[in-house]
Design a protein. Structure first.
Length: 539
């Protein structure tokens, strides 16, 4: 095909350069916006979904957590409005375990580490005391916050100034505010433990002077409770634990016989909490023992018997003294002898002091309910069979042995067989939807981002580039044809005599209208062109 060159009209493919400056600028802006939007969508779809790690943190804890997450290469960001720390959804548990191993977060309170700071020169004694009290409150708050059900705690101490006058001394007091986790409560024993822990940390502080409240302002400690009420509470807990102990023993020994869940037991224990003190002194007369003995012996010999009124007359010698034959010796013989003995006997004595602390079981009342035996028939259906009298008797004997049955104190055991009511089957929990499953949001973001990028490529950029490649502009000719048709040029390009090129027609209708216009304006030239085509094709 040869190219026809005319002076009137020229068809030229000019593309993007044939557009006006304003349209060129608009196309460039649109192309840049499409590329930027595509990049943003790809980046948005690749970013993971963030979940809250911790909130309501102090500045020190936030900084420590951020440094720890950076060292662990865990992606995080900080919410500019609330200050909460957010991490990727699949890294929440890993981040919490990592921070827990490092003891983070530590909480907003400060402890004794504030005493390590340089207090400067010239700090007064009052400031030193205030810092010590603040550090002590922080340490107590950290200890209370380490409990499982406690999220955070604050401690306020009211420690009076010590004085040298004993009569003017005042006791210190303390108050504790506890922030519990959602759905958690503190047992009475835990509250008592907190009170005693705080009281043991402050000199001269008693547990009754510690007040504990929760985040809702409810008083957890009752300052008006007397010692008798506390003793009654302790006794009630002891009785409850004893009854639960017996119930577990009964259910544990009967479960292998009637099956798991086929026995229900209740125990009522009558306990004597009376405290008795007794002192007893006993003697054993069969085992006497000499404790002390004193003996006095007196002897009197023969001779003149002194008699009369004491004086000079009674002391005169006898008138006719008798002399024994054979010598001048005195042959006097004893007249009387007296022996006196004093003995103190000590009997076997026993002194015993007996104090019974209470808690003795006075009586046990046991009620046991047994379910029917279950078996399978020939059709594979469950069949319930009542227990026989012999089985009930044997089970009653087992229960008595399990609880330590004592008929002298009035224990009673009652065993009854009755069919249990079968509870209706609970409907299975609905499976989590696709949107609630983990990772769905990330996958949805990636799919949506890919769809947006494909739409930008094939719905916006491709048609624009295709239109620019095929777009042309028809311009009027500047002069007449300057010469014959030149062979070797392209068939779809016609050049004006002035040398200006025009874009080719965009479609068939435009080409047809252009040809009709040329034929009506200059039929001779058209005929010459057709003739030249025929000569060229024929040659």
């Amino acid at each position: 095909m040869a190219m026809v060159k005319t002076d009137d009209v020229v068809f030229s493919s000019r593309g993007f350069s044939g557009l006006s400056l304003l349209r060129q600028l608009g196309l460039m802006i649109g192309l840049a916006a499409s590329v930027a939007l595509g990049v943003s969508v790809v980046q948005w779809s690749s970013d993971p979904s963030y979940r809250m790690l911790y909130s309501n943190l102090s500045e020190q804890d936030s900084g420590d957590i951020a440094n720890s997450l950076q060292q662990a290469a865990i992606t995080y960001k900080v919410d500019t409005q609330t200050g909460a720390i957010l991490v990727a959804g699949d890294s929440v548990h890993e981040a919490r375990l990592k921070l827990a191993s490092e003891g983070l977060p530590r909480g907003g309170g400060v402890g004794f580490e504030m005493l390590d700071k340089d207090q400067g020169f010239g700090v007064s004694q009052f400031m030193e005391g205030a810092r010590y009290q603040r550090a002590l409150e922080g340490e107590l708050a950290r200890t209370i916050g380490s409990l499982n059900n406690v999220r955070s705690a604050r401690v306020h101490l009211a420690i009076p100034k010590q004085t040298a006058f004993a009569r003017d001394r005042k006791k210190p007091k303390a108050s504790v505010t506890i922030d519990l986790f959602a759905g958690r409560v503190l047992q009475e024993g835990q509250i008592t433990a907190i009170s005693h822990m705080v009281a043991a940390s402050i000199p001269s502080l008693e547990a009754n002077d510690v007040t504990v409240i929760d985040q809702k302002g409810r008083l957890l400690t009752s300052s008006g409770s007397s010692a008798d009420m506390r003793v009654s509470s302790t006794q009630f807990n002891h009785r409850k634990r004893l009854e639960e102990y017996y119930m577990k023993r009964i259910e544990g020994i009967l479960s292998p016989i009637v099956g798991e869940g086929g026995v229900r037991a209740q125990v009522s224990a009558d306990i004597d909490f009376t405290v008795t003190e007794q002192t007893q002194e006993s003697f054993n007369p069969d085992l006497p023992a000499i404790r002390s003995e004193q003996t006095l012996e007196e002897r009197r010999t023969g001779g003149q018997t002194l008699s009369g009124v004491p004086g000079s007359l009674s002391n005169q010698p006898p008138e006719n003294p008798s002399v024994a034959a054979g010598g001048g010796g005195d042959s006097r013989s004893p007249i009387s002898s007296t022996i006196r003995a004093t003995r103190n006997y000590e009997l076997d004595r026993t002194i015993s002091h007996i104090r019974t602390g209470g808690g003795d079981v006075k009586r046990l009342s046991v009620a046991v309910l047994l379910d029917d035996k279950q078996s399978m028939n020939e059709d594979g259906e469950a069949v319930r069979t009542p227990l026989t009298e012999d089985e009930i008797v044997r089970i009653t004997s087992l229960v008595k042995e399990a609880i330590g049955f004592n008929s002298q104190r009035g224990d009673s055991v009652n065993v009854i067989n009755s069919a249990f009511t079968v509870p209706p089957e609970m409907e299975p929990l609905p499976e989590p939807s696709l949107l609630e499953s983990p990772g769905t949001m990330d996958t949805a973001k990636q799919v949506l981002g890919g769809m947006v990028v494909l739409f930008l490529l094939f719905g916006v950029l491709r048609p624009v580039l295709k239109e620019l490649a095929a777009k042309g502009e028809v311009m009027p000719a500047q002069g007449r044809m300057s010469g014959p048709v030149t062979e070797g040029m392209q068939n779809d390009q016609l050049t004006l005599s002035g040398g200006t090129s025009a874009p080719p027609p965009q479609n068939y209708d435009t080409n047809l209208n252009t040809a009709r216009t040329l034929a009506s304006q200059d039929p001779k030239r058209v005929a010459q062109v057709v003739n030249n085509w025929m000569v060229t094709d024929g040659g």
